[in-house]
Design a protein around this ligand. Structure first.
Ligand SMILES: Cc1cc2nc3c(=O)[nH]c(=O)nc-3n(C[C@H](O)[C@H](O)[C@H](O)COP(=O)(O)OP(=O)(O)OC[C@H]3O[C@@H](n4cnc5c(N)ncnc54)[C@H](O)[C@@H]3O)c2cc1C
Length: 438
């Protein structure tokens, strides 16, 4: 019997996991999924871990558990460091793996638009460790403010500045407001959490640029009602420890600086010789194959593509899931065509990926969200309800769904977030600013 086609997938996020699941238990394929983390992470809820509404385990699920029943799929915990295309091999921190077909689905990373030195003064939000650090930083800053006698220092400790007014920035700002003004409001004796300052900085004319103007305006109004200071227009041009300078001369002192302004493709894409856009995303062929490498595919956030219908594929979870499934479809089609009279031109017959737009949504705070899909636009409570249901539906694993549902119900009814516990490490005890920032 012919040995199965070896597919290696790098990354167990939305794209990689959907690709592996679509090939699961198909004995024509032997699949190896490699991820540097042992879990699949539901990134859309990361901000809730950062703001103490959910615990990290609620939004992540072990990749082995998800793929445990897929007999032809092996999971390997390792970091891919290089791709040797000439040998059909990938190099990892702990060894190497040969493949017949390779799927790169390593997602995006936080991008500082060439100012990488800003990373050490700000927190990004891409993985569980980032969200844990933000939560730790903010809760610890409140503890330090509570025992501080200097009013100016207290103000600084009780300030968060978020750079970037896209969905992540908006959701973080709204959730911090809910945290300090509702959930924690009676917990401290020496500081008044009404004084907690949340600043959201967006260089353009409006927040939530990818939404309608009406939704942007509604979101701005709701955030202002929640006590968030929104600065529209100027750009951040200098970042130091606990300090931001904007190009209109404004200065902001804040103990916690969060960078939610940009993403670029994961660095592994640099191992390949292929066309890339300014963000480093691979400009793939319509089938999602990497140009010049017919047996290598890319899927998810690291892809730059305008589909045959003229739609630019966004960096969103539904697009990544669809792309992961599409690559599996192409791999199956390749095998089928190779047994027919079209074997010599199967590469030209690969189906093109078409993005099915599922819409966009962002939550602003309790009972407030915006959502749009096609011509339908929702805002306020209906959008908030839709947001809750859709996020629950897409969360992987029954245990996670139940845990998140219970946490949300508890927070909604009693205004008490679930995940307020953090532990003190030596640097925090010294009270060093931004001890956790990377
Ligand atoms: C804070 C935040 C909020 C978001 N909110 C929404 C939302 O509300 N709705 C929405 O649709 N989308 C949202 N997104 C975007 C969505 O999460 C992404 O589009 C989606 O995760 C992309 O899937 P992916 O598979 O391409 O990458 P990812 O899900 O990022 O998965 C990449 C995987 O690759 C692994 N990996 C990376 N490099 C290596 C390596 N060298 N070796 C081995 N493994 C590696 C990573 O560990 C990770 O598991 C949000 C993203 C963030 C960060």
């Amino acid at each position: 019997m012919k040995s199965p086609h070896r597919v290696t997938i790098i990354g167990g996020g939305f794209a990689g996991l959907n690709c592996a699941q679509s090939l699961a238990n198909d004995d024509r394929f032997s699949v190896t999924l490699i991820d540097q983390q042992n879990h699949h992470l539901f990134q859309p809820l990361l901000y809730q871990v950062a703001t103490a509404s959910l615990s990290a385990v609620d939004i992540a699920r072990s990749l082995r558990a998800v793929l445990g029943k897929a007999q032809n799929v092996s999971v390997i915990l390792d970091k891919v460091t290089d791709i040797a295309c000439d040998k059909n091999e990938i190099i990892t921190e702990h060894g190497s793996h040969s493949y017949d077909s390779l799927v790169i689905a390593t997602g995006a990373r936080t991008s500082y638009f060439g100012k990488d030195e800003w990373a050490k003064h700000t927190y990004g939000l891409k993985n569980l460790e980032d969200s844990r650090q933000i939560r730790h930083q903010v809760l610890n800053a409140l503890e330090r403010a509570e025992r501080c006698d200097d009013i100016e220092e207290q103000k600084r400790l009780m300030s968060v500045a978020i750079i970037g007014g896209g969905p992540t920035g908006v959701e973080l700002a709204g959730a911090f407001s809910d945290l300090v003004r509702r959930a924690l409001k009676t917990d401290y004796r020496r500081i008044d959490l009404k004084d907690f300052r949340i600043v959201l900085i967006q260089s353009g004319e409006r927040i939530l640029k990818s939404f309608s103007e009406d939704h942007s305006a509604y979101t701005l109004e709701r955030l202002q009602e929640l006590g968030v200071e929104v600065i529209l227009g100027p750009r951040v041009d200098e970042v130091k420890e606990g300090y931001l300078h904007l190009n209109d001369g404004q200065e902001i002192q804040a103990e916690t600086l969060i960078w939610a302004a940009g993403v670029g493709a994961s660095p592994i894409t640099e191992c390949l010789e292929c066309p890339r856009d300014r963000g480093g995303r691979i400009e793939v062929e319509p089938s999602l194959a990497v140009p010049g490498h017919p047996n290598i595919f890319a899927a998810g956030d690291l892809v730059s593509l305008t589909d045959p219908d003229g739609k630019t594929v966004p960096g969103l979870a539904p697009a990544a899931m669809q792309m992961g499934k599409h690559v599996a479809k192409v791999l199956k089609e390749d095998l089928r065509l190779q047994k027919t009279r079209y074997a010599d031109r199967y590469l030209t017959l690969r189906p093109a990926y078409r993005y099915k737009d599922k819409g966009i949504m962002a939550i602003i705070g309790k009972n407030a969200a915006v959502a749009q899909t096609g011509k339908m636009k929702l805002k306020g409570f209906p959008a908030w309800l839709a947001w809750l249901f859709i996020h629950l539906a897409f969360l992987i694993g029954f245990r996670n769904k139940l845990a998140v549902l219970l946490s949300w119900a508890f927070s909604y009814l009693f205004d008490k977030p679930a995940a307020r516990v953090f532990s003190i490490c030596k640097e925090d005890a010294k009270g060093e600013p931004n001890s956790g920032a990377k």
